[in-house]
Design a protein around this ligand. Structure first.
Ligand code: ADP
Length: 607
């Protein structure tokens, strides 16, 4: 037994010894390797005036010599290069330093393009690529004029193009770069919520990189590109810091010649960049940023403009893209009208361009199959190409109704008419509002109701009437969130109509904020709203008198066909909108409380 135990113990000890020997020899080998490598590199450094002979190091060193850097950048690069020489190329730190030096070398520091300040040339380029957009084009031409008179002017204007999607903001930015003969770069700020995305992470972070501004400058290759910052209205601040604070520094001419990125740590000059920002609405741009920018509005297009843009720009572009540029294919105006109305729902022309592209792709297929091609696209053929009609525009109601008035709303897609329904039902004096209504719109409904209550005597509404009924206000298309004060007078009109049992004219639409005393206050988005009313077949539009100035932006063809009535007070609104005047009602007293309670409802016919 003793012998067996001893033999087993001896075996275990032998095995342990074997393993120890193996580990020791592994360690020895790698230590030897490191030791020899270090010796080689030290010997090489000795031969080479103390500098490493590593080819990667040599290359970086040569590039630092050759690249035109700013003095600070050169100093930083040289310092890091010296640091690199002192550490082993095997250490992880060395690759971090290398990539930092690469970043310094890849950024443009002094390279710049020479601006073409010829105004005629610029005008030609801008007109060649875009229809209309006069305000934006003029602003650029003015900038060129000033530059050519005062070449040393250093401040670049910071423009902010505001308008619905597809109205040509980005593509005009590209044309501006083309006109000036500058490089063009863009970066989207949509969803950026961290300051580090703009300004980079400090180098102590693993995998740190410069922020988006400098990453984009690297792509620009020059220090004076046209730099587009898209979706500046979609920035949001959270616990990781406010990106708009960093953007303030980017866009401020007083500071941006020494923009500091956390990663780079060397001041970078952004003062020669021509920044253009884009947004769908100014409402959500942080005020401090908005303050620094010159807002140029890109309003939506009316149908005539869309047809002109399609004929002059979109169709030729799509013909070329689909290899049909040699075919004389023509869209009739009726066919374009059908595409615009039935297949797109937008203030811009992006979907219109896509639908035209779809039609032409199908024709390209016919061509490659050797089939005969249509020379002219007629409205009858559109459903063959694009399938059944997708949109049916909201049109004005067909008949006057009680408790229903038409508002015009402004959305990011442009204007739209929006019916507002009110129902009076037995109840306990509650006001209910449905249809995904925001707080401001709820308040505006409360104000409208209070206004109506204050007028109860004049309208001869029986005393106690409001205590015995519930009022339900509904704004259809409940899936879409709605907000804003501009439906105030419409809600008041629908309420008055429902309570008095007087129908509202179906071809009247309106917009305006209401005060408790029935005054009508101005609202925004007049051009889009009036165009939407016109599209929907409305005849009369009531709008706040203070908004009369905005009518200058509306195309004359539309103004001719619409009856636009400026109003100051709810009395005027009711006088215009109700089919039967409540004032007449005064001579014809309402027929008792019991009857009143059931009579005025949306479903029922007027008295
Ligand atoms: P945005 O940046 O405003 O969303 P884009 O610049 O991407 O819109 O425009 C979408 C498309 O519509 C582009 O192909 C553009 O060329 C075209 N487009 C828009 N407005 C015009 C216009 N006024 N003239 C010619 N093309 C236009």
């Amino acid at each position: 037994m003793l012998l067996r135990t001893l033999t087993s113990e001896i075996n275990i000890l032998k095995l342990e010894e074997d393993i120890n020997n193996q580990v020791q020899s592994e360690l020895d080998r790698s230590q030897r390797e490191i030791y020899i490598r270090e010796q080689i590199s030290t010997l090489q450094k000795e031969l080479n005036d103390g500098k490493p002979v590593d080819p990667a190091w040599q290359e970086l060193s040569e590039r630092i010599e050759k690249t035109p850097l700013s003095p600070e950048a050169k100093e930083a690069a040289t310092k890091e290069l010296d640091h690199l020489a002192g550490i082993s190329s095997l250490s992880p730190e060395s690759s971090m330093i290398e990539s930092y030096i690469e970043w310094l070398l890849d950024l443009p520091w002094t390279t710049e393009t020479t601006d073409n300040l010829d105004i005629n040339h610029a005008q030609q380029v801008l007109d060649q690529n875009h229809y209309g957009l006069k305000k934006a084009k003029d602003r650029i031409l003015e900038y060129l004029a000033v530059r050519s008179l005062k070449p040393k002017v250093s401040r670049q204007p910071i423009l902010c193009f505001v308008g619905p999607p597809g109205t040509g903001k980005t593509s005009l930015g590209k044309s501006i770069a083309e006109a000036l003969e500058r490089n063009f770069v863009r970066v989207s700020l949509g969803g950026v919520h961290d300051e580090a995305e703009i300004r980079g992470h400090r180098r102590t972070y693993l995998g740190a990189l410069p922020g988006r501004i400098l990453q984009t400058m690297r792509k620009a290759k020059t220090i004076n590109p046209v730099f587009m910052l898209d979706e500046i209205d979609k920035l949001n601040a959270d616990f990781q810091g406010d990106p708009s604070a960093a953007l303030l520094e980017v866009l401020d001419p007083e500071q941006n010649y020494t923009f500091s990125d956390h990663y780079l740590e060397v001041p970078y000059d952004l003062s020669k960049v021509l920044f253009i920002t884009t947004a769908n609405t100014v409402a959500s741009i942080p005020p401090a940023l908005l303050d620094r920018m010159e807002v140029i509005e890109f309003p939506g297009y009316i149908e005539e403009e869309k047809i002109a843009i399609a004929n002059q720009f979109l169709i030729p572009k799509q013909l070329l893209e689909n290899g049909l540029d040699e075919e004389a294919i023509h869209f009739t105006p009726e066919a374009l009208h059908l595409i615009i109305e039935g297949y797109t729902y937008e203030a811009g022309v992006r979907n219109l361009e896509r639908e035209i592209g779809t039609v032409l792709r199908k024709i390209a297929r016919l061509k490659s199959e050797g089939k005969p091609l249509p020379k002219e696209i007629l409205p009858e053929q559109i459903s063959d190409f694009l399938g059944p009609q997708e949109f049916y525009p909201t049109v004005a109601e067909q008949a006057d109704e009680i408790g229903m008035a038409t508002a015009i709303a402004w959305t990011e897609n442009g204007g739209e008419i929006m019916p507002i329904e009110v129902l009076v039902i037995d109840g306990k004096g509650n006001l209910q509002i449905t249809g995904q209504i925001g707080d401001i719109m709820q308040e505006s409904a409360q104000a409208a109701l209070s206004y109506l209550k204050s007028k109860a005597k004049i309208f001869q509404i029986p005393e106690g009437f409001f205590e015995d009924v519930d009022l339900h206000i509904h704004v259809p298309e409940g899936a879409i969130a709605k907000d804003g004060p501009s439906a105030g007078i419409t809600i008041a009109t629908a309420l008055t109509s429902a309570v008095l049992g007087v129908p509202v004219k179906h071809d009247v639409a309106m917009t305006g904020e209401i005060t408790l005393r029935g005054r009508v206050l101005p609202v925004g988005g007049i051009r889009e709203k009036v165009l939407a009313a016109h599209r929907a077949g409305i005849k009369t539009v009531l709008l706040p008198r203070k908004n009369e100035k905005d009518l200058a932006e509306i195309p004359p063809t539309v103004l001719k066909e619409l009856n636009l009535v400026p109003v100051d007070h709810m009395d005027q609104v009711l006088a215009q909108a109700l089919a039967d005047q409540p004032i007449n009602k005064q001579t014809k007293p309402p027929s008792g409380k019991a009857k009143r309670k059931s009579a005025p409802s949306v479903e029922e016919a007027p008295e």
